[in-house]
Design a protein around this ligand. Sequence first.
Ligand SMILES: Nc1ncnc2c1ncn2[C@@H]1O[C@H](COP(=O)(O)OP(=O)(O)OP(=O)(O)O)[C@@H](O)[C@H]1O
Length: 261
Amino acid sequence: MSAAVLTVKGLGKSFGGVKAVDGIDFDLRAGELLALIGPNGAGKSTTFNMVNGQLRANAGSIRLNGVELIGKPPREIWRLGVGRTFQIAETFASLTVVENVQMALLSHDKHMFSTWRRAADHRLGYALDLLDQVGMRAQADRPCSELAYGDVKRVELAIAMANDPKLLLMDEPTAGMAPKERNALMALTKQLVVERDMAVLFTEHSMDVVFAYADRMIVLARGRLIAQGKPLEIRDHPKVQEVYFGTGKTFEKADAVGVPA
Ligand SMILES: Nc1ncnc2c1ncn2[C@@H]1O[C@H](COP(=O)(O)OP(=O)(O)OP(=O)(O)O)[C@@H](O)[C@H]1O
């Protein structure tokens, strides 16, 4: 088995008296899709934002391939290989699909202040290759504003790939999508994880997505990590059942939506 890309130990963050994240440990390997789940207020966003450097942890350690991330600014963490998916900004929606990927490549290559003329020429071949990897090459010259929602999500993935992330963070990647689109996006994500030997940490409220696509899951409740393991182990875990009862969510539903064995 490959070494851990991300190693989190004793990670904690308090806001005033609230322990949003309370000493959690987990790791993540190359080629692995790890879901971070938990009820509202469990500490998922806080954990995410500590990994990408937007929030500074009060305690513990976050190592990317052995390098400590706590204390580093978000931009440096991004340069070290922690990517995240962003929604295509409205200002970029009028650009074509390939131009959006080229802008991301420019940013990665530190030419952010070059003229647009240069951006249009910038690594066109590689931008098209990235679009190929997400199945969007045929739509390279269309403005993003014209695309179907599921296709925009594919382009957002290509944009995230422009930075060649070792670890990709995805916050609710399938929010607002129909079930068929969700499955297509997660199948694509899984394929990229395997092909690029990348690690993905994602949060998700849709349990059918989590059970179908996560290799492993970690479950937070009130800042504590209450369970981790493979989806089927988590589904039957008494503590997990307990925190989800009372919120109206149980996991039996996952079978009903055709989760592959
Ligand atoms: N900036 C902040 N200031 C004060 N308290 C905060 C702040 N951010 C988060 N919290 C608190 O920390 C706890 C964890 O919040 P967090 O947003 O990480 O949970 P979450 O699991 O992402 O929830 P959700 O699924 O609702 O987005 C909550 O009690 C929340 O109210």
